[in-house]
Design a protein around this ligand. Structure first.
Ligand code: HEC
Ligand code: HEC
Length: 272
């Protein structure tokens, strides 16, 4: 410790030498930055910077001439700082890889089910966990009578339906493929038999009549069939979260009569 108390003077020559080297290294850093060597640029720049920092610490800050214990303490702290920064960078720099991988997941999983046809894999990976294709409970059966466009819109609004469905996470293109796939599995000849059925398939996915989920009993309260006929296309057009009215005029008349029947029986309002 004693040697620290004595002022320690270096020959001027050494200061000039070190100062000169620092300037020279700075010129090299700047020059190299104009040459594109990919990731090598960073390594060279950091290498030179570290070397310069070492010169400053050793000579200008006298670490070289001081008690060697200081060098050990100084470099040990530097070492652990490097370890901590490296570990953090190894984590943060790879986040993108993980997210990219997640984005690809649908497409990758989908590829495994290519034998189902285009869109089939997308069905398996995004709906298959909760829905099946075949039988009465199968999704195509529940979508019968609807057009591909309705399905396309509805897939975009799964989270607004009455059922606890997760939002569709694919791209618009994948949504189109899925809609096309599901539509191709439905019974395309099927025609809705009653206004109640039109309501069940075009509105009831998201609304109940009087119950707990977005009841629309009050919204049409007292309306005649003609009113409802005019209102439905307007409502569905204006509220973006809904699916636009995509049914035929015949269906629109059927559902309008049905909604009117909620209110009128012997001329008096009634609950369904
Ligand atoms: C987390 C589970 C889950 C996922 C994933 C899911 N659904 Fe559903 N879905 C349900 C439940 C539960 C119901 C209500 C029960 C039923 O009717 O089958 C339902 C109902 C539906 C209905 C209304 C059927 C009816 O007549 O009641 C449609 C249409 C539908 N889902 C489409 C889809 C589509 C398309 C996908 C994939 C993009 C999907 N769902 C993904 C759980 C899910
Ligand atoms: C994809 C789901 C979905 C479908 C299908 C759907 N709606 Fe809606 N509807 C909504 C949402 C979401 C709102 C907005 C509710 C809110 O703002 O709280 C809404 C609002 C409404 C409103 C206004 C509610 C009010 O406060 O007065 C009416 C009326 C309505 N819908 C009727 C219909 C009819 C009729 C159909 C069938 C032809 C239909 N909707 C189909 C999701 C849907």
């Amino acid at each position: 410790m004693n040697d620290h108390e004595k002022p320690h003077v270096l020959p001027r020559k050494i200061y000039f030498l070190i100062g000169g080297s620092l300037l020279f290294l700075t010129i090299i850093t700047v020059t190299v930055s104009f040459i594109d060597m990919g990731s090598l640029n960073l390594i060279i720049a950091l290498g030179i910077a570290s070397f310069k920092a070492a010169l400053v610490a050793l000579f200008f800050m006298h670490l070289y001439y001081d008690n060697k214990l200081y060098i050990i303490i100084f470099s040990t702290s530097l070492f652990f700082l490097t370890v901590l920064i490296t570990l953090t960078i190894a984590d943060t720099m790879r986040r993108g890889d993980i997210y990219e991988y997640r984005d690809n997941l649908i497409t990758e999983n989908a590829a495994m089910y290519d034998f189902l046809g285009p869109g089939g894999g997308i069905f398996v990976s995004s709906c298959g966990g909760c829905h099946v294709l075949q039988g009465d409970m199968g999704l195509p059966n529940q979508l019968k009578g609807l057009n591909e466009e309705f399905i396309y819109y509805f897939i975009d609004r799964l989270e607004h339906s009455r059922f606890a469905m997760t939002p569709f996470s694919g791209t618009d293109e994948e949504r189109r493929l899925l809609a096309n796939f599901l539509y191709s599995k439905t019974d395309k000849e099927y025609k809705f038999q009653s206004g109640e059925e039109v309501f069940n398939n075009r509105c009831n996915f998201c609304h109940t009549i009087d119950g707990d989920t977005r009841p629309i009993f009050d919204s049409f309260y007292g309306s005649t069939s003609d009113d409802v006929f005019d209102l439905i296309p307007i409502f569905t057009e204006q509220i973006e979260l809904m699916v636009p009215w995509l049914g035929t005029d015949e269906e629109l008349r059927m559902i309008s009569d049905y909604i009117e029947s909620w209110y009128k029986e012997d001329g008096s309002p009634k609950n369904p």
